[in-house]
Design a protein around this ligand. Sequence first.
Ligand SMILES: *Cc1c(COP(=O)(O)O)cnc(C)c1O
Length: 429
Amino acid sequence: MEQTIENMYKQMGISDEVFEFCEEILKGLSNRFLEIDKTAEYNQMKVIKAMQDCKVSEACLLGTTGYGYNDLGRETLEAVYASIFHTEDALVRPQITCGTHALALALMSNLRPGDELLSPVGKPYDTLEEVIGIRPSKGSLKEYGITYSQVDLLADGSFDYENIKKAINEKTKLVTIQRSKGYQTRPTLSVERIGDLISFIKNIKPDVICMVDNCYGEFVEKVEPSDVGADMVVGSLIKNPGGGLAPIGGYIAGKKECVENAAYRLTSPGLGKEVGASLGVLRDFYHGLFLAPTVTAGALKGAIFAANIYEKLGFHVVPNGKESRHDIIQAVEFGKPEGVIAFCKGIQAAAPVDSFVTPEPWDMPGYDSPVIMAAGAFVSGSSIELSADGPIKPPYAVYFQGGLTYEHAKFGIMKTLQEIVNTGIAKLS
Ligand SMILES: *Cc1c(COP(=O)(O)O)cnc(C)c1O
């Protein structure tokens, strides 16, 4: 067989019909992809500049053990993050176990009993409900006497300025703004919109701390929320900024005082940032951060590719095929469970790891319906790697994200389409 890409895809289970359908879709996306490449180029320079300015050296790639005093690599990496996000300081640690932990840490360390937390953008990410105490939970902010108020977005997705103003009172200490829609249907917020919201809030109460949950948003735009007034940006290293190589970790970048508070909470009052051995993970933290702008770009292209394929087939997709993007998540509504299951099977079958397993819906703790998940990742649970999941309940939407390379994201989406076609859920002609 001749070494054409068609033949290679054929060996990977992709029919001519699916291949040609996808190529046709891609023809219309070249300008979008060029724009994404330009953003990646800008952000790649931003990362290299930060690494050079902070004098990252070979010694920084090594780790410490025990207390981890004077860990050059850890301290330099935190300076690199502060430089990229244009913040006074940053905390970037393997001891921060995930995104939820990073967010909980930022909140618990900067709020005190009697303070109030405000979310002016509606309900936060599921796992934060227990952190805040919206759902009763041991150790929540609520248990410590920290109250919570929430203002939902208006029906058209805009900010409810009138009610946000009313919600800000003398107790309001911290405002949490989630950039990504997560698994909701509201639009993801652009950095520009976040900036408008922060200005509005600071006009009313200048000393309020504005924190942005930056998960899935890093490097999607040329600017980050910390460039438009956020006092803290918080995220997970097994999403965008870890570039797929970080095996664990979270970050908080922001005002010196906010980061210091978080460090005293993470380790201990009096110890703060001075302890915390980096063990052997620093090389992957640096290496992953270096790759993060292009990894994010690949994931974005994959999301746009999928949106356009499934939109063309008549399914509701969020965001739609043309919308500007502010995070890497794509939702596709199939309207029936078979679509969600076929999609997840396709993603799984395209994976470099565990491609031979078949994902099935199951009852997961914390969810009110069975959930199906597809992931064949090098880092367990990593969602910057190509992954998909969907609750088996109306509107039967699947959410997917990631792909360490655009080529893998593309192949994964072709595999989903092949499954969808094979099971007769949609026809290409
Ligand atoms: C993923 C995510 C979180 C939580 O991160 P975990 O690492 O899953 O704990 C919080 N907020 C948003 C918007 C996310 O996408």
